[in-house]
Design a protein around this ligand. Structure first.
Ligand SMILES: [Zn+2]
Length: 217
């Protein structure tokens, strides 16, 4: 009887191993975003007005892929989510006043896009090196937009396809850590230190064993 069950146990074991590998892969990515990228504005209060993915287009009512998240923060200062180099700073027909920043984090290339910025509010140009939390513009409604909001997109470089591909930026937005809080991370103790023992952000912070990745702009 026991011998007959051995192949079943073997299959269950293999399935569990595969599930563990999947969990580890996705879990790490989530931890990575949570650990490294901060919110693209200087407040952690905001409203998401449209999520990433398939949606009904608010202008022509057709089903379309929404390549980013539409978000309205309570402060209109739009900032870089991580250190990087500006690769786009221009007025686009659809994206309006647009800034894009390239980040190299832990050997992986990312691009973040900040669309519909207020007219003439861009403070960076192509080739500029920016620091995490540095202002790049002011929230606006330029381009194909129905009201003041930030359309924030994230692209990750796919080495196999040799191109940047859109990926869900939710984790960055849901992270709820601004660069101001992030700067309180103590790399010596490897933990966050808040003034006056204020630990209100405790459950939203990166994992305790977090190590800041090496940045190569
Ligand atoms: Zn949008």
């Amino acid at each position: 009887m026991l011998i007959a069950l051995l192949p079943v146990a073997g299959v269950i074991f293999i399935v569990l191993i595969i599930l563990a590998i999947i969990a580890a892969l996705f879990g790490n990515e989530e931890t990575f975003y949570r650990s490294y990228f901060v919110l693209p504005f200087d407040t952690n209060t905001y409203t998401i007005t449209s999520p990433y993915g398939e949606r009904t287009d608010p202008i022509n009512n057709t089903t379309a892929f929404h390549s980013g998240i539409d978000v309205v923060p309570t402060s209109s200062n739009i900032v870089a989510v991580a250190d990087g180099t500006v690769v786009i700073s221009e007025v686009q027909e659809s994206g309006g006043e647009t800034v894009a920043i390239e980040h190299k984090v832990g050997g992986v290339m990312y691009r973040t896009f900040y669309h519909h910025l207020k007219e003439n509010s861009r403070t960076v140009k192509v080739g500029d090196t920016v620091k995490q939390g540095q202002q790049v513009g002011i929230m606006g409604s330029t381009g194909r937009s129905t009201g003041d909001h930030l359309h924030f997109s994230l692209q990750k470089y796919n080495v196999k396809n040799q191109k940047f591909e859109y990926t869900d930026p939710s984790i960055i937005i849901n992270n709820k850590v601004t660069s101001k809080e992030y700067s309180l991370f103590d790399y010596t103790d490897n933990k966050f230190s808040f003034p006056n023992n204020n630990d209100y952000m405790k459950d939203k912070l990166p994992t305790p064993d977090y190590k800041k990745p090496t940045i190569t702009p």
